[in-house]
Ligand binder design. Structure first.
Ligand code: AMP
Ligand code: MG
Length: 408
């Protein structure tokens, strides 16, 4: 079944509102084995008419979001009637439920809201228990030879989502039947790049029948997307993990920080952090995870030398002789954090985010990352010369990955 989404709203194109509907619907449909073929975004106003003409000409189902409110720029309803070649008439039941909605609020209904009860002749009204704008469903026969089902849904996510689940999904299922048994699984890797996959496993993955393979590269991360039957996915997974099991931190979409918190929780261990160049980014990521309060005790943000000395007991001679960005200081920071907090494991980072502050032997991007446990400590050096934001993201990713590996 070819499904197309049309998102209406000038705010989506101006960039003031993030268009989240497409992504959300894509996942909801995938759960049912259906795929979105195309997603189009149009501004408020007449653009919806040509978008509808085009989409209904090539698709089996078109889902429109937004533009069914009471204001003059909300014209999805009028556009649909025009494209279907039918009139709009007041739906008595919809009008009554609109009146009831306002009565419950204790407010009089504005005249403008009345147009929300207008319905293209022959179409079904989709009830909206969470707002004023009812949705509309025009079954395939209404579009003549095109045989395309049309749904109009409200823009506010709190109204669109329940209506999509209650009214759209069941109709799509019965229209198209649920296709195949295919599913999607997301494997997340860090410490390797897309080119490594290309060099080592792409050819083998391509040999698997009916497996769709996709990659998404992010800073210090590659996501491998496998879509297909459960058995095709299992084969793909096996091949990927045979080459990159150490680099794979998640086989179910879990975030790296969530993996670290989970491992700490499972092992009943406490974590402390000593951050210089990341300014608390790692602590922030850890505390994004629900349940982190049970395992994360201290986050020392020791940006200045004085802070490293007073908070972590780093000897000032060590800072003088090796510099703040050095293996020795990174190790001393992690060990200091461990002692000061009484935690079981600590990570530290110290580096040069840039763009200034680099030298010949310590260029911009240089960073030392150390891990300390009660048994041992070690440090690694990396260079991320990618601007401050990416530097912090990549450094925090590497530190979290070292924690993950130490705990695994
Ligand atoms: P509308 O029904 O077009 O008046 O939409 C009303 C509200 O829903 C506004 O706050 C919009 O920003 C929001 N909205 C509409 N479309 C989307 C979308 N595709 N993604 C996220 N929010 C949206
Ligand atoms: Mg709008």
């Amino acid at each position: 079944m070819r499904i197309e989404i049309i998102n209406t709203g000038s705010e989506l194109l101006l960039g003031t509102t993030l268009n989240t509907h497409g992504a959300w619907m894509g996942l909801e449909l995938l759960d049912l084995g259906m795929r979105v073929e195309r997603q189009v975004t149009v501004p408020d106003g007449d653009a919806i008419i040509s978008a509808l003409e085009e989409a209904m000409g090539r698709s089996d189902a078109v889902i429109v979001t937004g533009g069914i409110g009471p204001t003059s720029d909300d014209i999805s309803r009028e556009a649909a009637a025009q494209v279907l070649g039918v009139d709009l008439i007041y739906d008595e039941a919809a009008l009554r439920s609109l009146e009831a909605f306002f009565e419950a609020l204790g407010k009089p209904m504005a005249e403008a809201n009345k147009k929300q009860a207008l319905n293209p002749v022959g179409a079904d009204i989709l009830p909206n228990p969470h707002g004023t704008a009812p949705g509309i469903y025009a079954p395939p026969r209404m579009s003549g030879d095109r045989l395309c089902a049309l749904f109009l849904l409200p823009g506010p996510p709190s109204e669109m989502k329940p209506m999509f689940r209650a009214e759209v999904l069941p109709r799509l299922r019965s229209l198209g039947g649920v296709e195949g048994d295919y599913q999607m699984e997301l494997l997340r890797f860090t410490g390797i790049g897309e080119s490594d996959f290309h060099a080592q496993i792409d050819v083998e993955l391509e040999k698997i029948n009916d497996l769709e393979v996709g990659y998404c590269a992010r800073p210090s991360e590659v996501d491998l997307r496998l879509i297909g039957s459960q058995s095709a996915i299992s084969q793909g997974k096996e091949i990927a993990l045979a080459s990159f099991s150490e680099e794979c931190f998640s086989i179910d979409g879990e975030d790296l920080e969530a993996v670290v918190v989970r491992l700490l929780t499972e092992q009943g261990k406490k974590l402390a952090l000593a951050e210089s160049c990341t300014g608390g980014r790692i602590a922030s990521r850890v505390t994004d995870v629900s349940g982190s309060s049970a395992v994360f005790t201290h986050g020392f943000t020791t940006y200045a030398d004085e802070a490293k000395i007073s908070m972590l007991d780093i000897p000032s001679e060590l800072l003088k002789s090796h510099g703040a960005v050095s293996e020795e200081v990174a190790l001393a920071m992690a060990e200091g954090a461990l002692i000061k907090s009484g935690a079981d494991i600590a990570a530290s980072v110290t580096g040069i985010a840039g763009p200034t502050g680099g030298t010949d032997d310590k260029p911009v991007g240089t960073v030392w990352i150390a891990i300390a446990t009660t048994e041992k400590s070690f440090a690694v050096q990396r260079c991320y010369k990618r601007g401050r934001e990416l530097f912090k993201q990549m450094t925090s990713q590497t530190a979290l990955n070292l924690l993950r590996k130490s705990l695994s």
